[in-house]
Design a protein around this ligand. Structure first.
Ligand code: GLN
Length: 552
């Protein structure tokens, strides 16, 4: 039986250094050696999960098959490893403390005083060890936050202790820092790295490998200096330079020899086969055309809010050899008189998921514009809800059509909170989202959906049953299905028991590509395996291209 080895990834100097991408890239390179790899994220904040956090604050909430609402780094892990993550792959301090406090209430500590060490740290260690499995060669564990944060200390103490619990040969510590470039002196500076490692060592963790994020490659001399001050061999200091696209990172790390060093330290044999990554990058560098896609949403000011969506659009472009230019359009700025200005030059329009009623009228205008001007249109979750509301209002004449979310007292709630949702879930024996902050009313995680043949949906998937991930409270109200269908809307994807409408579209005779889905397909797209809906959306946007610019 294999004993899973662990690689702990910490970050220093400042946040947003791309620790998640670094961990995912190392994971991808180890997988390229034929190893079985998993990754876990430990976040030191006190929320139970990011489910309730504003996308403005925290970026996208990534959803796993088993319905965990997680940090967007889990999206990177899935995209780089091609392996589905689960609730076990993510813990926050809030969740750890809750588990400890529950045990305390249940009397599990037998009257003892409950303390950070050993009770909280034991809980962290148990969480980390829970991903070990007989067939798992290596698990990367990324510690969120930056060295020096007060709330990160129990996690760091736990990973320090694990070295003794598991044995030196099964643990490796990688520290990612920043080596800034100082314009005035024209130099890369190592001091912040020295301080960060000093801080790490003061809590008992000696890094085995130091990775230095920098604009430029570190000179051998600078690497020697960092090695000397941080007490590591000089071949354990690596540059992690800024790259143009995130899928170059694994190849860049491989060129630097990072994975070779990791493999040597953890005694993994063999060579990596990076051909798929080389091919992916060749394809990315040889895109022949360009399409312009408008993303009409509420959180457009912050790129991180739609991380998976951006990636899925890029993947869809890859399959069509086309570069996808994403234009962020703040839905609140759209007005009937300025639609041509904002939407006129777009090859496709996408309305992403979202919560609340802000910007809804703008989204409805965009959905109508795309329908009437026959522009490829993709409505995801809230986007599908806008699609059906717009269709009900302007095609079926149900002028007060809306969602219960925007107006709970409305007459025509085309989108509503299913009254028997609890019974429905009880029938399915669901318990999994009882932790959801919204009182368990969210539909979270993977659900089956049956497709009708002869539809855009079927054409994309070429399957009768698919599984996609959800994160929403409201559903299409089936009382309106007949009237909308009578006016030409196709209900192309339904839950197997036909109670839930999962996908709708316009017939191909009426519109080149106008489709909405209640789920979030972007969560399952990977660069090696682009999602069929994004592929077909971009394909049609290219075929119907209105924007001018071509790549030579
Ligand atoms: N706010 C809508 C709902 O809860 C849509 C959610 C979403 O787009 N993720 O049903």
């Amino acid at each position: 039986m294999k004993k899973t080895k662990f690689i702990f990834v910490t970050g220093g100097v400042l946040s947003s250094l791309g620790k998640g991408l670094a961990a995912a890239s190392i994971g991808a390179l180890l997988k390229a050696r034929g190893l079985n790899v998993s990754i876990q994220k430990l976040d030191p904040y006190l929320n139970l999960d990011p489910g309730t956090m504003s996308p403005f604050q925290h970026g996208e909430v990534f959803v796993t098959d088993d319905g965990a609402e997680t940090d967007l780094d889990l999206g990177h892990y899935e995209r780089y490893l091609g392996v589905a993550m689960s609730r076990k792959n993510t813990y926050t301090a809030g969740r750890i403390y809750t588990q400890v406090l529950n045990k305390e209430r249940q009397g599990k500590y037998l009257g003892g005083t409950v303390q950070v060490i050993p009770h909280v740290t034991d809980e962290v260690k148990a969480a980390i060890r829970s991903i070990a499995a007989p067939d798992l060669d290596v698990a990367l564990v990324e510690i969120g936050g930056t060295i020096g944060d007060i709330e990160g200390l129990p996690f760091l103490e736990a990973i320090r202790q694990l070295k003794n619990d598991l044995g030196k040969n099964r643990c490796l510590y990688i520290h990612l820092t920043l080596v800034p470039y100082l314009k005035t002196s024209g130099e890369l500076k190592s001091k912040p790295t020295q301080h960060s490692v000093k801080e790490l060592r003061s809590i008992g963790i000696q890094p085995d490998i130091i990775m230095c994020r920098s604009e430029d490659t570190l000179t051998p001399e600078l690497k020697r200096k960092i090695a000397l001050f941080c007490d590591v061999p000089k071949d354990a200091v690596f540059s992690a330079i800024d790259v143009e696209n995130i899928y170059q990172v694994p190849l860049e790390f491989n060129r630097e020899g990072i994975d070779t060093k990791v493999a040597r330290l953890l005694r993994f044999k063999g060579e990596p086969d990076v051909t798929p990554w080389v091919q992916l990058n060749e394809r990315l560098e040889n895109l022949k055309n360009e399409v312009s896609i408008g993303l009409v949403g509420k959180y457009v000011a912050l790129g991180e809010s739609y991380k998976s969506l951006h990636e899925a659009l890029t993947h869809g472009g890859l399959d069509n050899q086309v570069q996808v230019k994403i234009r962020h359009i703040n839905a609140e700025e759209l007005k009937p008189h300025n639609l041509g200005k904002y939407l006129g030059g777009l090859d496709g329009i996408l309305i992403p998921g979202g919560f609340g009623d802000r910007g809804i009228e703008g989204m409805l205008l965009a959905a109508r514009y795309a329908r009437e001007k026959k522009r490829p249109f993709f409505g995801i979750c809230l986007g599908m809800q806008c699609l059906v509301i717009e269709f009900a209002r302007h095609v079926c004449g149900i002028i007060e059509a809306t969602s219960e979310e925007f107006n709970p007292k409305a007459k025509d709630k085309i989108i509503y909170l299913m009254a028997n949702w609890y019974d429905h879930r009880a029938r399915r024996h669901e318990k999994r989202d009882s932790n959801s902050a919204l009182g368990g009313t969210m539909r979270l995680g993977s659900y089956p959906c049956c497709l009708s043949t002869g539809t855009l949906a079927y054409q994309a998937y070429k399957k009768l049953e698919i599984q996609e991930r959800h994160r929403h409270r409201f559903e299409f109200n089936k009382a309106y299905q007949e009237v909308l269908a009578g006016h030409g809307l196709k209900f192309c994807g339904l839950s197997p028991d036909q109670t839930l409408i999962e996908m709708v579209e316009l017939p191909i005779e009426d519109h080149p590509w106008y489709l909405g889905c209640q789920f979030h397909p972007e969560f399952k797209s990977t660069p090696m395996n682009p999602h069929p809906l994004f592929r077909d959306f971009i394909k049609t946007a290219l075929a119907k291209k209105v924007s001018k610019k071509r790549l030579s």
